[in-house]
Design a protein around this ligand. Structure first.
Ligand code: UD1
Ligand code: CA
Length: 460
């Protein structure tokens, strides 16, 4: 109904003592994203004119992590309550007709559509209030209504009578009203309550005294408006959120063997018929194409994985691209800037860093490949390694197509191994190896016929 521009105030100055942390409470992460940033992202989707974030003495620490967002930072020097926090913003509000939405930095799962619903259902000049009915309302402000149901006020737990404590309709702390009303109501708040704080909740009774309309919107999904005061509450919300994400993936055609043992800390684009076994962590930006299997205990961060790939258990893959039909692991580590072309095999205890591996090449066991460009259909034998570091600088290894690197060889970079070259097992290769030839550096094997097994000396 109200179509005036919107600005948003996010309260984040509370000390968060119950977190018992050097990190400001609102910077603790849920699914890899600080709570405050989650709230800012939901707020941004409403296209507000301004976002004001009220914070305390940790302002600089918080600000440093939110640089990507257009925030007006406001400091509340002393934490005198939510009413006092909002009061700090009042002088900056220049357009009386603007709608002001108030959010909390410690309510991380608030959804844009819920806020839109509140905005749509708040009449001009009214106070829009988001409420939630809870089985256990402990700690929440209670909505006090008169017998006909008209809202009278909000009472905080610490100020509530036993009858009021029995009320299960509670305050989420999220409100909307015009800047003009906010600027008139907030200065009337007094700190005459159990905590000697300026409660923002008092604007309800102040508005009622003016006969202003109170529009109530009820949230159905209780977790969405759950505040975080301690680590236990944070972790409960995290689990709720993770299971929700897993369920969405299940419905979209991805098998997640156990949704309670799945973590997505970022964004994932996962195609149909992907199977994800237990204890997999996906972080950042992850893309997995159809038919791929991710084995148990894998950690994948910023990876793009093609079709019909098998990532066997216990792999760590970061900032890498894996082509179609590859097999990786178990126990493989693929480090940043690695690209595996289609049909590559990387076996157990193999580490690959900043390398391009050509189609169909195999690095099956116990190898290190770093700063390397490897051609197609190369066989990189067991235990073979690139020596890319001279103690000061990193150097490149270039391996052509159809090359065979014998087991336990060391390729000392910078070095080029040409197409179809063969490197004999156990070689230390420090000069380029030519195409189509066997190159090896190995002392000749000999057998000493006169040799005798040593005999233990007799003790005197
Ligand atoms: C508040 C509400 C309560 C509601 C609950 C919902 C008041 C008085 N009570 O209680 O009715 O049910 O939220 O979660 O508003 N903050 C500041 N400056 C301050 C104090 C707080 O910025 O001086 C910020 C906090 O960082 C937090 C938010 O305001 O983000 C809420 O403060 P908190 O102390 O957690 O209020 P609750 O006791 O949870
Ligand atoms: Ca709270």
């Amino acid at each position: 109904m109200m179509k005036n521009p919107i600005s948003i105030i996010i309260l984040a100055a509370g000390q968060g003592t119950r977190m018992r942390s050097a990190l400001p409470k609102v910077m603790h992460s849920l699914a890899g994203v600080p709570m405050l940033i989650r709230v800012i992202q939901s707020a941004m989707a409403l296209k507000p004119e301004h976002i004001y974030v009220v914070c305390g003495h940790e302002r600089d620490q918080i600000r440093a992590q939110c640089q990507a967002y257009p925030i007006t930072w406001i400091e509340q020097k002393e934490q005198l309550g939510t009413g006092d926090a909002v009061r700090q913003v009042l002088p900056l509000l220049k357009n009386p007709a603007e709608r002001i939405l108030i959010l909390y930095g410690d309510v991380p799962l608030i959804q844009t559509k819920t806020l839109e619903n509140l905005l749509e259902n708040t009449e001009p000049n009214a106070l829009g209030l988001l409420t939630v009915v809870l089985n256990n309302p402990t700690g929440m402000g209670r909505i006090v209504r008169e017998s006909q149901g008209k809202i009278l006020k909000i009472v905080e737990e610490k100020d509530a009578t036993p009858e009021q404590k029995a009320i299960i309709e509670t305050n989420t702390g999220i409100y909307v009203m015009s800047a003009e009303n906010l600027q008139r109501w907030v200065p009337k708040i007094k700190a005459n309550n159990a905590q000697k704080e300026f409660y923002l909740t008092d604007i309800i009774s102040i508005a009622v005294a003016e006969n202003a309309v109170i529009n109530v919107c009820e949230v159905v999904d209780k977790q969405e408006v759950q505040g975080v005061n301690d680590r236990q509450q944070l972790i409960m919300l995290e689990r709720f959120y993770q299971i929700q994400q897993a369920n969405q993936l299940l419905l979209s055609g991805v098998t997640i063997i156990d949704p309670t043992r799945f973590d997505l800390r970022g964004k994932a684009k996962i195609s149909q018929d992907v199977l994800i076994d237990i204890n997999v962590i996906l972080e950042g930006d992850v893309e997995i194409a159809s038919g791929t299997i991710i084995g148990s205990n894998c950690y994948l961060k910023n990876v793009h994985i093609g079709k019909n790939v098998e990532i066997k258990p216990n792999c760590v893959i970061e900032n890498a691209t894996i082509g179609n039909d590859c097999k990786v692991g178990p126990f493989a580590r693929i480090r940043p800037d690695t690209v595996l072309s289609d049909g590559v095999t990387v076996g157990n205890f193999v580490e690959i860093k900043k390398s391009q591996i050509g189609k169909g090449s195999k690095i099956p066991h116990l190898s290190y490949v770093g700063d390397t460009t490897m051609g197609e259909n190369v066989n990189f034998g067991a235990g073979a390694i690139t020596c890319n570091y001279d103690g000061v600088n990193k150097h490149q290894t270039v391996i052509g197509n159809h090359v065979f690197i014998g087991s336990d060889s060391q390729l000392i970079a910078p070095i080029i191994i040409e197409d179809d070259a063969f490197i004999g097992a156990g070689s230390t290769i420090s000069k380029n190896a030519p195409a189509n030839k066997l190159t090896l550096s190995r002392s000749k094997q000999q057998t000493l016929d006169q040799w005798q097994r040593p005999v233990k000396k007799e003790e005197k």
